[in-house]
Write a protein that binds this ligand. Structure first.
Ligand SMILES: Cc1ncc(COP(=O)(O)O)c(C=O)c1O
Length: 373
């Protein structure tokens, strides 16, 4: 039996000579008149990759969400529709503004927001819907866009986890009024920390740029004059240099994610027992995070499973808790799918250098745990 001598991490970036070359160049030369070169290049290349008109690089996706919500006109007291299942960073910027997140249940197969439940959550205060393409899976964007149009709402796609995923031939993040991405070290492409806001709406880009520059409006043209207060979520040129190398390698990085997913899928192919990230007709899943939902009759104790995997030097992660179950929110157990799934679901390791034997090792351990329990 193989023993993992080194910890199998959940994810980590793939660093090649290209990332090192660009970051070295930025650190040696990217100052003075060149201090924005990699930032502008990253924005241009990202917009081209997404087929979006505009891109604004930020220090995090959380910052990009904050800027996007403000640029889309969200104000104190407004309501924003979000899925129960997502990372907390989707929701925190809503709270920064003093607006209210309204949690909507997810679909049992994609774990993304259920369009049929969105309309009943809309009130006169609703401004924005945030579909989150969780773990690389695609939200049902046609239905969501139709609901938004019918109710005069705007859509901010949280594609932090779905770089490279496609819906009807369009990149996740490029379908709504704006989209956001994360380049945190766990993501498919990374800049250490970093984010991106994409949009086809010039008004949204212009507003986000002003807010991201302490409220300075370039049209006013008076140095150090601020007409309002703003924020600073600017990415650094060093981080953008790494981002430039990674976006050039996006295809290769995503193909490896897909390969790893097929390796897992071949081990967990019993659909009676396991559901994994789906890929439906007309979608392309970049499988950021291979995820298993165990069937109810397996009766999985996920805390014990994490402990068991940890003893074998394997890192794994819990599927997100329903956000309304966290202490700062009002619990909404009527979001039954979310509350039903999370305790029997986990995320599996997937990083570029992962080998088939690592995937087999992780899978064997999980299967062994299930047989024992
Ligand atoms: C769905 C989702 N939204 C937003 C974020 C925030 O990204 P960042 O850590 O770059 O702020 C993340 C990152 O983990 C995420 O998974």
């Amino acid at each position: 039996m193989r023993v993992a001598t080194e910890k199998i991490p959940i994810t980590k970036p793939s660093i090649t000579a290209l990332e090192i070359e660009y970051v070295n160049d930025a650190v040696a030369n990217g100052w003075g008149s060149k201090c924005y070169d990699y930032i502008y290049r990253f924005e241009r290349e990202f917009a081209t990759y997404q087929n979006s008109k505009f891109a604004l690089a930020t220090s995090s996706c959380t910052g990009a969400i904050h800027l996007a919500l403000l640029a889309l006109g969200v104000k104190e007291g407004d309501e924003v529709i979000v899925p129960e299942i997502t990372w907390i960073a989707t929701v925190e910027p809503i709270l920064y503004i003093g607006a209210k997140p309204v949690f909507v249940d997810v679909l049992p197969n994609t774990w993304c927001i259920d369009p049929s439940k969105i309309e009943e959550a809309i009130s006169p205060k609703t401004k924005v819907i945030i579909p989150v393409h969780v773990y690389g899976n695609l939200c049902e964007m046609d239905a969501i866009m139709q609901i938004a149009t019918k109710n005069s709402l705007v859509v901010l796609e949280d594609a932090a986890e779905a770089l490279g995923s496609e819906y009807n031939g369009k990149k996740a993040g490029s379908i709504g009024d704006a989209g956001v991405f994360s380049f945190h070290g766990t993501k498919t492409i990374s800049s250490g920390e970093g984010g991106m806001l994409v949009t086809n709406r010039e008004d949204v880009l212009e507003r986000a740029k002003i807010l991201n520059d302490h409220g300075r409006n370039p049209k006013i043209g008076k140095m150090f004059w601020m007409g309002e207060y703003g924020y600073k979520y600017k990415i650094s040129n060093l981080q953008a240099a790494m981002g430039c190398a990674q976006i050039e390698r996006a295809h290769e990085l995503i193909e490896k994610k897909r390969l790893i997913f097929t390796w897992y899928k071949s081990q967990f192919n019993d659909t009676e027992k396991f559901s994994m990230n789906p890929e439906f007709k007309d979608t392309f899943n970049s499988y950021w995070m291979p995820t298993i939902v165990f069937s109810k009759d397996i009766n999985i104790n996920r805390e014990r499973l994490f402990e068991f995997l940890k003893q074998s030097n394997i890192d794994s992660r819990p599927f997100f808790y329903p956000l309304s179950s966290l202490p700062m929110f009002e619990s909404n157990r009527s979001n039954g799918v979310s509350y039903d799934i999370y305790e029997r679901a986990i995320n599996l390791p997937s990083f570029y250098d992962m080998k088939r034997e690592d995937v087999n090792f992780v899978s064997e351990k999980i299967l062994q745990f299930i047989t024992k329990s």
